[in-house]
Structures are given as structure tokens and as C-alpha cells.
Design a protein. Sequence first.
Length: 226
Amino acid sequence: MAKLFRAAIMGPPGSGKGTISKRIAHSFGLLYLSSGHFLRESITAKTEAGVLVKSFVERSMLVPDHVMTRLMLPRLEELSGNSWLLDGFPRTLSQARALNNLCQLDLVISLNIPYETLRERLSDRWIHPGSGRVYNMGFNPPRVQGKDDITGEPLIQHDDDKPDALMSRLRHYKDVAKPVIDLYKSQGILHSFSGTETDRIWPYINSLLSTKMHTQPPDTCQPQMP
Ligand code: G5P
Ligand code: MG
């Protein structure tokens, strides 16, 4: 039986979830599922869910739990034979419980990054709206300023990366994440990483995953009683 591995990465806005997730997906062959990307995709496609979530995402507010679980859980059910990594989901205790009913995670990574670092990073962040590709003018700039490397289309800055919106996102993140972190701690699957540079955190995450993925017992996606 194939060894399946299910992980999630948590952290405040700008903590490097996306950057680290892409490295994990690339190095360990996990499917990478980003809740923010799915939301932006549904907004661009103007689906029923997209119309509903647009105002929440634009105001940097959490999308209601029932909408989030309806967006994420069916995708995970379809991927029941795959190993995957979730970025940005679950974000509330209610989402974590809904996920637990579908599947037990093997590992959760939590990123603790100082506020000042987050503020600096996000004010420098530019996105290619069509694909969700993220650039940072200092850390990973595009080859041509203001243009996407692949398509050459213009890059934009999200309204929710501007300072006022960012402050309220961070405050809210802390309150909402605490019970989720406590839950995963109690399950013995939480691994926290602190620091100001992704490149310095990455070797520790890389080594943790190398160990965990090689010692993972054969498994299938089993529900866990809440
Ligand atoms: P998202 O899209 O999940 P956030 O706000 O949680 O958005 P975000 O902004 O995507 O998180 P990140 O993925 O943690 O940040 O970080 P990143 O993009 O990798 O890195 C941030 C920037 O810093 C990038 O430019 C990167 O290049 C740079 N960087 C990384 N490392 C370093 C470094 O070491 N040094 C430097 N200098 N730079 C670095 O969610 C968006 C919205 O969707 C809704 C909410 O409304 C949310 O606001 N949403 C949900 N709502 C309810 N429930 C959920 N589960 C939801 N999920 C999303
Ligand atoms: Mg992200």
C-alpha cells in the first residue's frame, strides 16, 4: 500500500507559507493546495462561491467556515489517494474539526515570524493575478520590474497587503489560530519554527520532513473522531 502523507502549514499573513509550501511540494512531491489561491481563482472565475467570498477577501476578513469547508473538503476527498500539503487551511477550530472528520493530518508546521518582518515583506510583495505567482522586490524579484516572468503580464499589489489591513489581519490571525495550534499540539503533530528569514528556517523543515516522510507507516485517509 502506498505511504500517504498529509501536512498543513500555518502562519500569519506573509509568514512564508506559500514560499515554503512550494519548496516542500518541489522537494517531496506533495500536491500543494493553497486556500488563498482557490479563493482568488473562484473570484476571478466569478463562480457562485467567488461572488460570495470576494467581499471577505477584499476586506481581509476570514471567509465563513461553511464556505471554506465546502470549497476545500470536496477537493481533498477527490485526492484521497494522494499525499498533499495544505497552505492556509484549516485556519479556525471549526475548519480543523471538519478536516479531522475527513482525515487525520500527519504533520502541521506553524511559522512564528515577528510582526516587523511581516510588515516589511508584505509591503514589498507583488502578485501575478492570473496565476497567483508571488514576487518580492527584495527576496525574489521578477526578471523585468513589474512583469510576470512567465507571461510578461503586469504584477499587482493586493489591497490586503497595505498596512492598516495587515495589522487587523495579524491581530485576528493570533486569536483564531491559538485553539487550532492547541488542538494540533494535543495531537502531537505540531512543529513550530521561528525566525526572520525563510532561507534559515527551510533547512530545519527540510530535515523534519525527510525524517517524517521516511518513517511514515502505510496508511489510508482515515477519519478521526472529533
Ligand atoms: P492567503 O492567500 O492564505 P495569507 O494572508 O494567509 O493569504 P499570504 O499573504 O499568502 O498569507 P504567506 O503565504 O504566508 O502569505 O507568505 P508568502 O507569500 O510565502 O511570503 C510573503 C512575501 O514575503 C512574499 O513576497 C515572499 O516572496 C516574501 N518572503 C518569503 N520569505 C522571505 C524572506 O525570508 N525574506 C524576505 N525578504 N522576503 C520573504 O489568504 C488570503 C485571504 O483569503 C482568505 C482570507 O480572507 C485571507 O485574508 N482565506 C481564508 N478565510 C477563511 N479561512 C481560510 N482557511 C482561509 N484561507 C484564506
Ligand atoms: Mg500565501
